[in-house]
Design a protein around this ligand. Structure first.
Ligand code: GDP
Length: 295
């Protein structure tokens, strides 16, 4: 994950360490390289600009320039600022409100929504919840079947949706049926399209208003970099997201989406997908991710 960025940052830090005491000029040279590395990682240019300004403001202070280990101090500042950029604290799934609760998953087709629905069911079960998978993609019968199969594999009940039903009606029926299935948390796997379009947004907004899910998670493919960030902005405008799941982080060599999506949208990354298997979902810890990036 993000090997390129880690290598580049480490080479900057190595150079800084080589200087012993640091001058303002040394720091500016180092930060120029940090900036380049972040832009090459496909982080959003505005986010990079602000980040470098924040790091610089702290790094050229007395505390660093007069320190006996100035390079170490700079690394610490970069680590702290990267952590802050990605959200500081871990943000948990919101499961407040009346039972049965609902978590609504939205996103483009192919982003990993259905896979994440299965992973989330496993996560919920591990945390003492009783998930109920609810397929709402009535336009693609194959998507309904995919979730049914996943539910069977995981021994998680799946609502018997049929393509003739309206998605709002399905979600309402699933909520009524949940207690008799022994379930307390609905995982709504909504329809996706190849591109953001107003018809889809209207449908998702209708579901959100009718069901009032405790959390709405955007499933975004990390490998699409800044496209994922732009897409997240569009979904957030229409739906007011509760958080983001960045999928396919295992295949993302660059890291631009992870670095920018919170700063651009204001919405926290709550989970990351790190593989195709149903256990390949991790809670997102900004501090751990920053440490991973810094190697
Ligand atoms: P949907 O159309 O949004 O429901 O997407 P799917 O859940 O069908 O996933 C599309 C493809 O992405 C499938 O081949 C999944 O196995 C794959 N996928 C989903 N999440 C991840 C992940 O975190 N890592 C990897 N490597 N593949 C993933």
């Amino acid at each position: 994950m993000f090997d390129n960025l880690s290598d580049k940052l480490n080479s900057v830090f190595k150079k800084l360490k080589g200087h012993g005491k640091l001058s303002e000029k040394n720091i500016d040279e180092g930060l120029r390289e940090v900036r380049m590395a972040l832009l090459e990682a496909d982080a959003h240019y505005r986010v990079v600009k602000q980040l470098i300004a924040d790091i610089r403001a702290r790094a050229i202070g007395q505390e660093v320039l007069e320190s006996l280990t100035p390079a170490q101090q700079v690394i610490k500042i970069v680590n702290e600022e990267l952590t802050a950029l990605m959200g500081s604290e871990k943000e948990a799934l919101n499961l407040s409100g009346a039972m049965p609760q609902a978590v609504m998953l939205v996103g483009l087709q192919g982003s990993g929504k259905t896979t994440t629905a299965g992973k989330l069911a496993v996560h919920l079960r591990k945390n003492g919840k009783k998930p109920y998978l609810v397929p709402l993609d009535v336009y693609r019968p194959a998507a309904i079947d995919q979730l049914k199969k996943l539910g069977e594999q995981l021994s998680v009940p799946v609502f018997d949706s049929s393509p003739e039903m309206d998605p709002v009606e399905i979600a309402q029926k699933a909520r009524q049926k949940a207690p008799s299935e022994g379930c307390d948390t609905l995982v709504l796997d909504t329809a996706g399209r190849l591109h953001v379009d107003s018809e889809l947004m209207n449908e998702l907004s209708r579901i959100q208003k009718a069901i009032e899910p405790s959390d709405v998670l955007l499933i975004a493919d990390a490998m699409t970099g800044q496209d994922a960030v732009n897409m997240a902005e569009s979904f957030d405008q229409a739906l007011d997201l509760g958080g983001i799941v960045l999928t396919k982080m295992d295949g993302d060599a660059r890291g631009g989406a992870a670095l920018s999506i919170k700063a651009v949208t204001g919405k926290p990354v709550k989970f990351i997908g790190v593989g195709e298997k149903t256990n390949a979902l991790e809670e997102f810890h900004p501090d751990r991710m920053a440490s991973r990036i810094l190697g």
